[in-house]
Design a protein around this ligand. Structure first.
Ligand SMILES: *[C@@H]1O[C@H](CO)[C@@H](O)[C@H](O)[C@H]1NC(C)=O
Length: 281
């Protein structure tokens, strides 16, 4: 007589399949909600996270793990409609006043007007390396993947796999490079109406609140205990020295057609001379 109970091996395989599905980018496992008093929500068994912002508060989360180098991807669907004044962020940061930071900040806009992707890099507490871009799609309609590659030779920002910015390690000419402090991954949604939209001219319309941005597919392929523990076989990105020529072409295309602001061309801002990395690349 055939048993109706499933074979134990089948149960084992099912459990294995479910737990490995959960292990890949599960917000319950990977992040802590750090602020927002209930405005950040983990949904769909950990596959989706939403942040919201209203007049009293925004919200945010951070990774449980910290990293020294890695490749970090996040899929984000930004605040739709009138998002003027709102700032949605995805960044890496270490702690303290001499901290390092790699920033994606999405500056909202009036309905139909373009978002700006604002990027910055802090090294040993010093930033002032902003570059801003328009996107070549509406970032509120669908999820798009924003990635930071951080290894000892460079930091590269990607949008849907297209490099938009490269910051090379220029320590040889005295430019500090983030290479010794562990960083965590952070995201937040907050009110930046004093500067975000047309330099602060357009304020947040609170009658549209709450504003909501959605996140999924966080992937933190990083070195969790320093570079020495990061093997070449498991972490090939660690050893990539330069963008290949196809990616260099794409980078040029984005910088030519979508760049809104580049600190490296802002001579008024640096009367003593542009930062040294600006002429080194
Ligand atoms: C908002 O739209 C205006 C008008 O098109 C544009 O000048 C500005 O760069 C846009 N983005 C932000 C974040 O201000």
């Amino acid at each position: 007589m055939a048993s109706i109970a499933p074979h134990p091996a089948l149960i084992f395989l099912l459990v294995l399949a479910v737990s490995s599905a959960l292990a890949k980018g599960n917000f319950y496992q990977d992040v802590d909600i750090t602020w927002g008093d209930g405005r950040a929500k983990i949904l769909d068994n950990g596959q989706l996270l939403t942040l919201s912002l209203d007049k009293s508060s925004g919200s945010g989360f951070q990774s449980k793990s910290q990293f020294l180098f890695g490749q970090f991807d996040m899929q984000i669907k930004l605040v739709p409609g009138n998002s003027a004044g709102t700032v949605t962020t995805f960044y890496l940061s270490s702690q303290g006043s001499m901290h390092d930071e790699i920033d994606f900040e999405f500056l909202g806009n009036l309905s139909g007007d373009p978002y700006i992707l604002h990027t910055n890099i802090y090294s040993q507490g010093k930033g002032n390396r902003e570059q801003q871009f328009y996107l070549w799609f509406d970032p509120t309609k669908d999820f798009h993947t924003y990635s930071a590659l951080w290894n000892p030779t460079h930091i590269v920002f990607f949008v849907d796999g297209t490099p938009i910015r490269e910051f090379k390690n220029n320590e040889r000419i005295g430019v500090p490079f983030p290479n010794s402090q562990m960083m965590k991954v952070y995201s937040s949604l907050w009110d930046g109406e004093d500067w975000a939209t047309r330099g602060g001219l357009v304020k947040t319309d609170w009658s549209q609140a709450p504003f909501t941005a959605a996140f999924r597919g966080l992937s933190t392929d990083g070195c969790t205990s320093g570079i020495a523990a990061c093997s070449k076989a498991n972490n090939p990105y660690m050893w990539q020295q330069d963008l290949d020529s196809a990616n260099q072409q794409k980078l040029k295309w984005v910088q030519k057609n979508y760049m809104v602001y580049n600190y490296c061309t802002d001579v008024k801002r640096f009367p003593q001379g542009l930062p040294p990395e600006c002429s080194a690349n």
